[in-house]
Design a protein around this ligand. Structure first.
Ligand code: SF4
Ligand code: SF4
Length: 344
C-alpha cells in the first residue's frame, strides 16, 4: 500500500544539490532529470506518482551513499510506489520457487506476454527446486527464489559444503525484497513473517547477498531473524577453504554493499589464493534489480552495456557474483558468473 505522506515527509531532507545524479544508473543511461533521484523526489513531492521516473528506478540505493543530506531514498520509493498488476503477478511467482519453475517453463514454451518473452530470453533452462532437510537441523540454508530454479548446482554445492559440519535444512523461498522495492510493503511484511516462522529461531545462512541484506533489515519490520550472508558465515566461522589457482573479477551487488557484505567475499577469495582482477568500479550497477530485469527490458539492457565494458576491461570471463539476479544480467552480457559456493 502506497504511503505518499511518509514518502513526502522523507523527501523534505533533499536539498536538490544533485550529488546523487552521477551515481544513478538510470540518469547515466538517459541523462534525464525525470530518471534521476532528484527528479523522482520532485515527482513524489508534487504527488506525480504516474511519472515514468518512479517506475524506472532500479532500487539500487546508490544515491543514498552519495547523498550528503542522508535522504532515505529506498524508503521514499518503497512508500511512494504503487505496484502494477504485472509486478504483483511477478511477486506472487517469486514467492514460490515451484511456481517460478512452472512459469519459466511456460515462458520457454513461448507464452505471449512481454515479461514471459524476457524471462525466456535471459534465463537458463529451469530445473525443479531441490528439497533437503537433515533430522533436527541446526541451521537454515536460504537459497532464495531464483537460485533453486536457475542455479541449482550452486545451491547443492553450498548445501554439501555446510553439511560437512552442520545439520542443515534448505529453504527455497522469497525474502520480499522485490515486494518492498516495488511498493507492496504489507505483503513484504507477510513474506518476512512467513520466513521468520519457517526458520524457527535457527540461524539463516543466505546464498543471495541482496536477500541477505534485506533480511538483515527485517528487524525494522518487527521480524527477528539471525541472518548471515553465505561468505560472511564462511569467514566469521573461519571454515576451511580449498586452495584455487584461478583468476577472476568480482561484482559487488548493490544491497550487499550497503550492508557491508562484499568484504567477506574478498577475504574468502584471498584465503583461497584466488587472483582477483579488480574492476575500476566493482559496484557499478548491473541492471538486474530483482524484477527490474524482466519489467524494464530496454533500460535494463542499457545499464548492462556500461557494466559490460567495466567487466571486459579486466580481461576476465569469470565473475564472482553472490546475487543471482546480478548473475542473470552477467550471463546476458556474455560472462560466466559464479557464486563463492561454486568454488567449494
Ligand atoms: S537526494 Fe541527496 S544528493 Fe540527491 S539531490 Fe537530494 S540532497 Fe542532493
Ligand atoms: S535507487 Fe538507484 S536507480 Fe533509483 S534513483 Fe537511486 S541510484 Fe537511481
Amino acid at each position: 500500500m502506497a504511503d505518499l505522506k511518509l514518502a513526502q515527509q522523507l523527501s523534505l531532507k533533499c536539498v536538490h544539490c544533485g550529488f546523487c545524479l552521477e551515481v544513478c544508473p538510470t540518469y547515466r543511461a538517459t541523462r534525464s532529470e525525470v530518471h534521476s533521484p532528484r527528479g523522482r523526489i520532485a515527482a513524489v513531492v508534487s504527488g506525480a506518482l504516474t511519472s515514468s521516473g518512479i517506475e524506472t528506478c532500479v532500487y539500487c540505493r546508490k544515491c543514498e551513499e552519495a547523498c550528503p543530506s542522508g535522504v532515505e531514498f529506498g524508503e521514499i520509493m518503497s512508500a511512494a510506489r504503487r505496484p502494477s498488476l504485472e509486478q504483483i503477478m511477478v511477486h506472487r511467482i517469486l514467492e514460490d520457487p515451484l511456481r517460478l519453475y512452472n512459469a519459466a517453463r511456460l515462458a520457454k514454451m513461448g507464452l505471449p506476454l512481454q515479461v514471459a518473452r524476457r524471462v525466456a530470453q535471459i534465463t537458463p533452462e529451469p530445473t525443479l527446486p531441490p528439497e533437503y532437510s537433515d533430522p533436527d537441523p541446526e541451521l537454515i540454508l536460504f537459497a532464495g527464489c531464483i537460485a533453486p530454479v536457475f542455479f541449482t548446482s550452486t545451491v547443492l554445492r553450498a548445501l554439501g559444503f555446510l553439511r560437512q559440519r552442520y545439520r542443515v535444512r534448505l529453504i527455497n523461498a522469497c525474502c520480499g525484497l522485490a515486494h518492498y522495492a516495488e511498493g507492496e510493503r504489507e505483503r513484504a511484511l507477510t513474506v518476512a513473517q512467513r520466513l521468520g516462522d519457517a526458520a524457527q529461531g535457527k540461524p539463516i545462512v543466505s546464498l543471495p547477498s541482496n536477500c541477505s541484506s534485506h533480511m538483515k533489515a527485517f528487524r525494522q519490520l518487527g521480524v527477528e531473524v539471525e541472518v548471515y550472508d553465505f561468505p560472511e558465515f564462511v569467514e566469521l566461522m573461519r571454515l576451511p577453504l580449498p586452495k584455487k589457482q584461478l583468476g577472476l573479477t568480482v561484482h559487488e551487488p548493490c544491497h550487499a554493499r550497503l550492508a557491508g557484505l562484499n568484504r567477506y567475499v574478498h577475504s574468502a577469495l584471498e584465503r583461497m589464493g584466488v587472483q582477483v582482477v579488480e574492476m575500476a568500479d566493482p559496484t557499478l550497477e548491473c541492471g538486474a534489480g530483482g524484477g527490474y530485469i524482466f519489467e524494464q527490458p530496454e533500460l535494463s539492457d542499457e545499464i548492462m552495456e556500461a557494466k559490460k565494458k567495466e567487466v571486459a576491461a579486466t580481461g576476465c570471463d569469470t565473475v564472482v557474483s553472490t546475487n543471482f539476479a546480478c548473475s542473470l544480467a552477467l550471463m546476458r552480457m556474455g560472462f560466466t558468473p559464479i557464486h563463492l559456493a561454486d568454488l567449494l
